[in-house]
Design a protein around this ligand. Structure first.
Ligand SMILES: *Cc1c(COP(=O)(O)O)cnc(C)c1O
Length: 339
């Protein structure tokens, strides 16, 4: 039994999902003729109360497309120092859109409307890049699965309106936030200009992300996706996995959250662990005591067929997911308790 908690992306399609994929109706999606892709896009647009949605192979491509739609070369996006678009998309913001990031020194990947306000370059001060976009992530990845306070997101929207800035949500794990808070997808749709969501994380699809927005912005999205090489053909086989996941894998995310909290409780009581960050969803970030060697700790775990990820500076990450079974959970807690 291999326990892989490196990420919620390691899941494999369930039997039901595979069946849905195998029996999917497909067509050429570059001609917009794939009924399964069209159904997924329409369903997600409606769920968020937006005009349009577009299927992408990856969340990175969906985010990169959003950055392109909101900005011109030379401009600047405001985001947190932990942001995925800044840290983990291969420098795509500069490569694809020719923009720079103004980083906010936030808390667990989140920041305040005042911090946004203070990060905007005055538009007539032509020495500085023109600020055109604010980007937030919910839940925050590097911030340990933290969920934003919706009121703060609303206050940031006001700042965007005052200064004529676009507002993009990287909602790779928005589903995890939605099962945890009282807000709905429509609430998020009302607040943001564009939203990206992943199907390939907690929802357990092998691949797939979707960008959602209103017509004025989204009309350019198909072209940007094509330029990035993301125009796909009979991709309904993958969209069918997404439709299946929306029906069957949404509510169970709370199970992942419960297991993450239980792991956190055990970690908190271990003498070799200095600190466990608050656990809100399915991500657990913890720090070893300075005298504990990270690679030695990782090796001891992998000797038990347990795989987690080191994040540098003695911090480690575990992510619970669909393929992390009750048996694995019990075994992990037992082994951790012995440390
Ligand atoms: C995973 C993730 C993405 C997209 O990643 P891909 O591997 O390109 O699908 C985007 N944002 C966040 C916060 C993520 O965790």
């Amino acid at each position: 039994m291999i326990i892989d908690l490196r990420s919620d992306t390691v899941t494999k399609p369930t039997k039901g999902m595979l069946e849905a994929m195998m029996t999917a109706q497909v067509g050429d999606d570059v001609y917009k003729e794939d009924p399964s892709v069209n159904a997924l896009e329409q369903r997600l647009a409606k769920l968020f109360g937006k005009d349009q949605a577009l299927f992408f192979p990856t969340g990175s491509m969906a985010n990169q497309t959003a950055l392109k739609l909101h900005t011109n070369p030379g401009e600047q996006v405001i985001c947190d120092k932990y942001a995925h678009i800044y840290n983990y998309e291969g420098g795509g913001a500069s490569f694809n859109s020719g923009i720079s990031c103004k980083l906010i020194d936030g808390h667990r990947g989140m920041f305040s409307a005042e911090q946004v306000e203070a990060s905007i370059n005055p538009p007539d001060f032509y020495h500085s890049p023109l600020t055109s976009l604010v980007e937030v992530e919910n839940t925050t990845n590097k911030g340990g699965g933290a969920c934003w306070d919706f009121e703060e997101l609303k206050r940031i929207r006001k700042v965007c309106d005052t200064h004529g800035l676009g507002y993009h949500l990287d909602g790779a794990r928005l589903w995890n936030a939605l099962v945890n808070t009282k807000e709905t997808a429509k609430d998020y749709g009302q607040l943001f200009d564009t939203i990206s969501v992943c199907l390939s994380k907690g929802l357990g699809c092998p691949i797939g992300s979707v960008l959602i927005g209103d017509h004025d912005l989204m009309q350019g999205a198909v072209r940007v996706r094509k330029i990035l090489g993301g125009g796909m053909r009979q991709v309904g086989y993958l969209a069918a996995a997404g439709l299946y996941a929306l029906d069957h894998h949404m509510d169970r995310l709370s199970v992942d959250h419960k297991k993450a909290k239980e792991i956190g409780h055990v970690l908190e009581n271990l003498s070799i662990i200095r600190k466990v960050e608050p656990i809100e969803t399915n991500i657990i970030i913890f720090e070893l005591e300075p005298h504990v060697d990270e690679s030695e700790f990782l090796k001891q775990l992998s000797d038990h067929d347990i795989h987690i990820i080191g994040m540098g500076s003695n911090k480690l990450r575990m992510v619970t997911h669909l393929d992390y079974t009750d048996d694995m959970h019990n075994k992990l807690l037992e082994i951790l308790n012995d440390f």
